[in-house]
Design a protein around this ligand. Structure first.
Ligand code: NAP
Length: 252
């Protein structure tokens, strides 16, 4: 399928994990893709993978907690490829495990700045551009932690619930102007973030797996498929949703 021929897609946090898989998927469907994250090495590696497969991609070093950085990312995207049709606001960080009284203010601020303010900044700039080029689709990365409580992770859980609030509100604001905005809520996915969470501990991974009725962890490509579909015309009547892609985690 070439659902994104002549379209331009932006992926924040595209240097690894879910973001990289989604950038590769967009490119495989014909999109020109811009990757925005902090590590040039990781972002450039995604670009190389896309180019090796015959696709078009560029990296722009971006910290989504800085509005000026995000404004420059959008300008770079439009200057390089002529527009912006799909955006995946996926950059995110986890919090170290700690009970509520023990979480620090520094962690709260760090997690909220990336996961909430970063998504808001991204949508601010993307919506302005999409109104200029006749509409588009945005997907934000929430989590199963946006739908349920997660003991030991109060700041991450709060941030991912907030992503759904941002998503629904912006979706309603622009519903009639050709911009569809949704979120994905991944279950536990095999990425660096999950390795950091489990500390590579076999028992911790087994426990995470046991929480998913499907009996395994998810793959980044399984989130990428959902994101690219949500951004495609096949999802033309879907907006303001937090779509769980979680092996049944939230069905229990
Ligand atoms: P990952 O490989 O650690 O990816 C996180 C990405 O975010 C990295 O590319 C990182 O790149 C980028 N990032 C972090 N802070 C940033 C900042 N300030 N500005 C720009 N980019 C930043 O982990 P992942 O699992 O793919 O995570 C992707 C998203 O999925 C996150 O929002 C995460 O919360 C969410 N999620 C993950 C899981 C899971 O089980 N893996 C489950 C539910 C939701 P740099 O460090 O180079 O900036």
């Amino acid at each position: 399928m070439n659902r994104f021929e002549d379209k331009v897609a932006l992926v924040t946090g595209g240097g690894s994990g879910i973001g990289r898989a989604t950038a590769l998927k967009f490119a495989s469907e014909g999109a020109s893709v811009v990757i925005g994250n902090r590590s040039e090495k990781a972002g450039q590696e995604t670009v190389n993978l896309i180019q090796k497969a015959g696709g078009k991609a560029s990296f722009f070093k971006t910290d989504v907690t800085q509005l000026e950085n995000v404004q420059k990312l959008i300008k770079y995207t439009v200057d390089t490829y002529g527009g912006l049709h799909a955006a995946f606001n996926n950059a995110g960080v986890d919090d170290p495990q700690a009970m509520t009284p023990d979480q620090t203010e520094a962690t709260f601020d760090r997690v909220m700045n990336v996961n909430v303010k970063g998504v808001w900044y991204s949508m601010k700039c993307e919506i302005e551009q999409m109104l200029n080029n006749g509409g588009g689709a945005i997907v934000n990365t929430s989590s199963i932690a946006g739908l349920t409580g997660f003991p030991g992770h109060i700041t991450y859980t709060a941030s991912k619930h907030a992503v759904l609030g941002l998503t629904k509100t912006a979706a309603l604001e622009y519903a009639k102007q050709g911009i569809r905005i949704n979120a994905v809520c991944p279950g536990a996915i095999e990425t660096q973030m999950l390795d950091d969470l489990t500390g590579g501990d076999h028992e911790a991974r087994e426990y995470m797996t046991s929480l998913h009725p499907i009996g395994r962890l998810g793959k980044p490509e399984e989130i990428a498929n959902a994101v690219v579909w949500l951004c495609s015309d096949e999802a033309s009547f879907i907006l303001g949703q937090g779509v769980a892609v979680d092996g049944g985690f939230t069905a229990i």
